[in-house]
Ligand binder design. Structure first.
Ligand code: HEM
Length: 420
């Protein structure tokens, strides 16, 4: 047994703080390496990862969120499991969510999403993001220190999506109450997979909104969301529209919060970096891309091989579960020179796969980038110095952080900062 064989990526708590050495060791053995515990082929190479992301013909997304858990409902047989997937898809968790759809259903629902969230809407939303950032900072920055995730990032990321979908401001407080749990995060960071209950709340609210706007159209954003049609012109069932809208919260909240907190941690940790950004705010988008590459908020996405397929010279039988390990793909030294170094001057950082690739690639990427840029810019403008709170994270040179206990997401649970 090699060292990598003795590590269970999915449950080993020691990997939470630093999964990168293990992932690099795995890649050194092979960029498509079967791990030892859950029968998952870990894709840690850049070219191999991008090839699979783009291959919706031979790889299904039906297990995109859950991977090997709880396992496919029936054993795999034969050289083409497409029929088995079609027959049992609705027994797999999150089967009703966009990330798990395959073409042609995926294609139609993805088009529905882009009709709900138009470029015009994104632009209006950006105006709201500037206002919201200032409003949140008025409170979070009032005291010389704050816990950035609970006091800023969580409510900020949630309310951005609420506004994007036109949730009336009168309902924002109720959304905060219902969706931000005790830790201040949507869904759970404690479980190994995302929980469904916040989605049930969202299904209830969006069923009301969409039914109401279809019956009584108004001149508002929700009416646009409610009346968006499939590309063939047909009107979606209320529940189809509800699922697509609700999925934005599940997909866009936790992820963006992790990006924001990583970026602020980097700024608070590195005096020179902070000075450089304060001197030239045009560098903020570079910081954001490098943060996405260096600490990819989604550690990885799963795919299921429908037929036998060869990737990077390795044969994968039909029924193989692969994990596209973004956290490793984005540190492949064949693509990114000195990948373990955080370097905002890196020329190709934006070629990371933190937002996935291909037909499922993140439709929220422009929004997440705008949220990060605006919140960092305003944070730097409204402070003259930011540093890590040593009462909470330990002494300088030995700061301790705790990371989400999940194999899906990568990021801090708390970030205590001081500022002046
Ligand atoms: C830093 C923030 C974010 C990261 C790192 C991220 C990452 C990802 C990744 C890796 C995927 C691909 C999943 C796959 O291929 O299986 C994805 C899909 C998705 N993301 Fe994001 N995301 C972020 C923010 C957002 C935001 C703000 C929204 C919405 C407002 C959003 C909505 C979605 C949706 C709906 C999908 C599913 C798309 C599909 O299956 O066609 N994401 N995201």
């Amino acid at each position: 047994m090699s060292d990598t064989d003795s590590v269970d990526f999915f449950t080993d708590r020691e990997l939470l703080a630093n999964p990168y050495d293990y992932l690099a060791a795995l890649r050194d053995e092979c960029p498509l390496r079967r791990e030892n515990y859950h029968d998952v082929v870990m894709i840690t190479g850049y070219d191999e990862g991008v090839a699979i992301y783009n291959d919706t013909e031979r790889f299904s997304s039906c297990i995109s969120v859950t991977g090997p858990f709880p396992g496919f409902p029936v054993p795999f047989e034969g050289d083409d499991i497409s029929g088995l997937i079609a027959a049992h898809r609705d027994e797999i968790p999150f089967f009703d969510q966009l990330p798990t759809f395959d073409p042609p259903v995926h294609t139609a629902h993805r088009a529905l999403l882009s009709r709900m969230i138009t470029p015009k809407r994104l632009k209006e939303n950006e105006e709201f993001i500037w206002r919201l950032a200032d409003r949140q900072y008025d409170t979070a920055l009032s005291d010389g220190r704050c816990e950035f995730i609970g006091e800023f990032a969580n409510p900020f990321a949630m309310l951005v999506i609420a506004d994007l979908l036109g949730v009336p401001e009168a309902d924002h407080a109720e959304f905060r109450e219902a969706l931000l749990t005790e830790v201040g995060t949507i869904g759970s960071s404690e479980g190994e997979t995302m929980q469904h209950s916040p989605l049930e709340y969202l299904y209830g609210k969006f069923s009301e909104y969409i039914s109401d706007r279809r019956a009584n159209p108004r001149d508002d954003v929700l009416t646009g969301v409610a009346s968006a049609a499939f590309p063939d012109g047909s009107t979606p069932e209320v529940m189809d529209a509800v699922r697509v809208a609700s999925n934005l919260f599940a997909a866009g909240q936790e992820t963006t919060v992790r990006l924001l907190s990583t970026a602020v941690m980097m700024i608070a940790e590195d005096v020179d970096l902070q000075a450089k950004l304060r001197a030239n705010s045009d560098l903020i988008p570079r910081l954001v891309e490098e943060a996405l590459r260096y600490e990819s908020p989604v550690r990885g996405d799963f795919r299921l091989a429908k037929v036998p397929v060869t990737v990077g010279g390795v044969n994968l039988p039909a029924g193989t579960t692969v994990m596209l390990v973004n956290a490793a793909i984005n540190r492949d030294p064949r693509k990114f020179t000195n990948p373990e170094v955080f370097d905002i001057d890196r020329g190709n950082a934006r070629q990371h796969v933190a937002f996935g690739r291909g037909p499922h690639s993140c439709p929220g990427a422009p929004l997440a980038r705008a949220e990060a840029k605006i919140s960092l810019q305003r944070l730097l403008e409204r402070t003259s110095n930011i540093w890590v709170d040593e009462d909470k994270h330990g002494p300088h040179g030995n700061h301790r952080y705790s990371y989400l206990p999940t194999f899906i997401l990568r990021g801090l649970t708390r970030l205590h900062i001081c500022f002046e």
